[in-house]
Design a binder for this molecule. Structure first.
Ligand code: ATP
Ligand code: MG
Length: 446
């Protein structure tokens, strides 16, 4: 009787489920993560794998990283692992190095208190240690708040995350609007995770995301850029980017630029099927899913190309040369983007090079074609050239010519150049003029 009464008052806070009942593949867990958890537990601490790794393991997807949480403090964690380091200013976490893996181990944290919010309700500080019950409240999504103990092989579920995962639905913990105001980056995280795992974003949540989009203009640009980059290299960038357009977030992520307007389907917000950006992102996803190397600069060059190209044309109409017009268009566009988006210098340099190299595809004679195909960024520049056919900026014959030229033997290359010379009406062959600087011709003559 007493037990029943007690049960009435002490509402159960979580479910504890055997991981084998959920077919969690233990073999997919990184060995260093297991080693760390075993050692923490042997020393008397609680320790769990948490967040995206548990979610991904339950969906049979290989996790990107394994985050560990424990009730041990950073100093206590550090004292257990010889190769470890306490990092972070805002919140101190420990990096434990095992083999060539780095595993992040953090102490349970309390959610924000009102004194650590700014006037918009955005979190400024969240650096107070707490219990597992506190820790779970500060997590963003129900499917990201599962705690897995690989030693006892049980999963603690405080917010019905497993049921949401089975329904393949994204559910925000707590009051959606408040949680998105607290940290607007969660909007991008939802898009990134939904796209990566083919999960559903319910209509109601989409509406709140749409109306909160403006808050993205006010978050540190490094955080925003980091998460967007993760989305672009996730292998599901097309789906992710379509969500960004559907929810009207593009104008908040890249304000003042009027990007992508011509890329949207008439009357819709999705990308035009087989259009310039659609095809680029589809290729990008294919490349990532086949474990081939991708170029971050290429992604940005594609996203900003139409704007840069339009701006360049307006400079050329004002009397600037193609080259100077392009230089100015790139600098101006990047300067505006930089106000809201953090670009690494090497990526800016890459975008600049890829755009400038487009002009070199107009030069078929002399040494220029030879040096162009030896350029470190030739392949990405060629991919951009190929895509520009969709914008009617480049003829397919040009793409075919360069596709053939960069693959054929040296003597065939010389022959191709001589044929081009014939078409352009110049008499002397490439061989006779070798050594001298050769003239160039424009693409339109092909
Ligand atoms: P990914 O597969 O990209 O690693 P993830 O969900 O694991 O996805 P992480 O950035 O590794 O993302 O974060 C680990 C966990 O930390 C998340 O699952 C979530 O519980 C929590 N988390 C991360 N960022 C936030 C945030 N902005 N607000 C609330 N919780 C967050
Ligand atoms: Mg993760």
């Amino acid at each position: 009787m007493l037990e029943r009464l007690f049960g009435l008052f002490s509402k159960k806070q979580f479910s504890s489920i055997e991981s084998s009942a959920l077919h969690l593949q233990k073999e997919s867990i990184s060995h260093p993560a297991l080693t760390i958890i075993r050692k923490l537990k042997r020393s008397g601490w609680d320790a769990f794998i948490v967040g995206g790794a548990v979610r991904d393991l339950l969906l049979n997807v290989k996790p990107k990283d394994f985050d560990i949480v424990t009730n041990a403090s950073p100093h206590e964690i550090k004292s257990l692992f010889r190769r470890s380091r306490i990092i972070g200013r805002r919140f101190r976490i420990v990096h434990v190095y095992i083999g060539n893996e780095t595993i992040e181990v953090s102490t349970f944290r309390k959610p924000n208190v009102s004194s650590s919010l700014d006037s918009y309700g955005r979190i400024l500080r969240d650096n107070v240690f707490g219990s597992i019950e506190d820790d779970v409240k500060r997590r963003d999504l129900t499917i990201n708040s599962l705690y897995y103990d690989p030693v006892s092989e049980r999963i603690l579920d405080y917010h019905d995350g497993i049921s949401d995962l089975q329904k393949r639905e994204i559910v925000v913990i707590g009051k959606t609007k408040v949680r998105l105001i607290e940290d607007p980056l969660r909007i991008v995280r939802i898009i990134r995770i939904a796209a990566k795992l083919d999960l559903i974003i319910p209509l109601k949540l989409k509406n709140v995301m749409r109306s909160s989009g403006i808050l993205l203009e006010n978050i540190p640009k490094a955080r925003l850029s980091d998460d967007l980059l993760k989305m672009f290299v996730s292998g599901k960038s097309l789906q992710g980017f379509n969500y960004i357009l559907e929810l009207g977030l593009d104008k908040h992520i890249f304000p003042n630029l009027d990007l992508f307007s011509s890329e949207k389907k008439k009357g819709h917000t999705n990308l035009k099927k087989d259009g310039f950006i659609y095809s680029a992102l589809k290729n990008l996803d294919f490349t990532v899913n086949n474990n081939r190397t991708i170029s971050i600069s290429f992604i940005f060059a594609v996203l900003f190309w139409e704007k840069i190209s339009r701006l360049k044309m307006s400079y050329v109409e004002q009397g600037f040369s193609d080259y100077v017009g392009m230089q100015r268009a790139i600098s101006e566009t990047i300067q505006v983007i930089n106000q809201h988006f953090y670009f690494q210098r090497k990526h800016i340099a890459g975008v600049r090079e890829l755009c400038l190299l487009q002009g070199r595809f107009n030069k078929f004679l002399g040494k220029s074609p030879f040096s162009l195909i030896r350029h470190a960024r030739f392949y990405s520049a060629f991919k951009l050239l190929e895509l520009r056919v969709k914008l009617n900026e480049v003829k397919i014959e040009t793409v075919v010519w360069w596709g053939k030229f960069h693959k054929c033997t040296d003597s065939e290359k010389v022959h191709m150049i001589n044929v081009m010379r014939g078409k352009t009406g110049q008499r002397r062959s490439y061989k006779k003029r070798r050594g001298k600087k050769l003239s160039t011709t424009k693409i339109e003559k092909l």
